[in-house]
Design a protein around this ligand. Sequence first.
Ligand SMILES: Nc1ncnc2c1ncn2[C@@H]1O[C@H](COP(=O)(O)OP(=O)(O)O)[C@@H](O)[C@H]1O
Ligand SMILES: O=C(O)[C@H](O)C(=O)COP(=O)(O)O
Length: 412
Amino acid sequence: MLLGCIGDDFTGSSDLGNTLAKAGMRVVQYSGTPARPAAPDVEAGIVALKSRTMPVADAVRLSLEALDWLRAQGCRQFLFKYCSTFDSTPQGNIGPVAAALANALNANRVIFCPAFPAAGRTIYQGHLFVGDCLLSESGMENHPLTPMTDPDLRRWLGQQVDEGVGHVPAATVLHGPDAVRAALRAQDHRFVVADAIRDEDLLVLGQAVSNEVLLTGGSGIALGLPGNFRAQGLSSAHGPQWRGQAGPAAVLSGSCSRATRGQVERHIAEGSPALEIDPRALLRDDMTARDAAAWALSQTGLPLVYSSADPDAVRAVQDHHGSQIVAARLDAFFAECARLLVAGGVTRLITAGGETSGAVVEGLSVDTLEIGPEIDPGVPAIRVRDNLVMALKSGNFGAEDFFAKAAARLEG
Ligand SMILES: Nc1ncnc2c1ncn2[C@@H]1O[C@H](COP(=O)(O)OP(=O)(O)O)[C@@H](O)[C@H]1O
Ligand SMILES: O=C(O)[C@H](O)C(=O)COP(=O)(O)O
């Protein structure tokens, strides 16, 4: 294994897997740290954790366990992957996890670059943009668990760590890898936010850090890494292998992101079957996973079970019941619903949302996820068992017709 990756959520990990697989690396995503060695032909291993919003100490502990396993597989370089919208709170977890990994690897220069231009995520003067909006005006300021209220990544990361945060501006990145390396050497700080507004900038950054033991970012920062390994004669380019899967499909959505809510609306507008899940009904046991799975299995077409709701509705439920209680109840619901759907014969399962996808994958006791072809930017087809394929859609990713497109793509 050449590249060892640690993802702080499952959709983001598959997003990274998509980038690496498209560039020809043999990629496997693991649900948590595996108990056994990787297959010998795996070039990039991604340990997916559901650590983005868990207590900081637990996120650090699990990430260090993943690092130990990846080092034991012979990895030469390590990537800590978090959300392209830097989903975190001023109290953690990106900074503390990155610091723990850097300390363990004795890394003295670590870049932070969540840019993903293909998904509209760019960084300029240390500020993260989503499309033409600053992060704090993109809708991510209303995220149920990690409201992003400050677009300046240097300031946001600076609240999470006990050290200064440097910056490599776009003007430097435009001058190529050597200029970036020189700028990194000149930095007073170990942690450095790097600007990137184009894929070319990400390729430059990837070349500039080819000899750094640790780098952090979104999937975009990995764009240049496969080329680094191929230039060293270490990786053989080959595309993802894919075998389509026949059989019933279903969609589970817990994401409240703008993109997902638009996909839900499109699905309903097209007359496809949809069942809205009110967290209050779950908490009262007026609705159960068994009820929802039975409904979905009785549908023709592509059934959608969703709790996706607008920010005001989410806030109202959270204010009344507590966000962690609601999140835990919804995670348990989607995990159980997935188990019942698969037991009832579903062979193509689409999930929307990072926390939601993590709950479902863990609930299905999936160990390894084979990365297949891309469905939409950042979302690959994935095989998790001989008779079960999935698409783990990041909340903000996917075109409006994603659900139907994914079901068709998973079928082959
Ligand atoms: N109707 C709702 N009311 C309150 N919270 C909700 C509702 N639906 C989903 N949530 C919570 O919002 C969060 C969505 O997170 P996630 O699945 O990661 O989506 P995204 O990828 O958009 O961030 C989850 O923790 C979930 O429990
Ligand atoms: O946006 C990204 O970089 C990732 O794909 C991701 O981490 C998305 O997380 P979400 O919680 O599913 O939005």
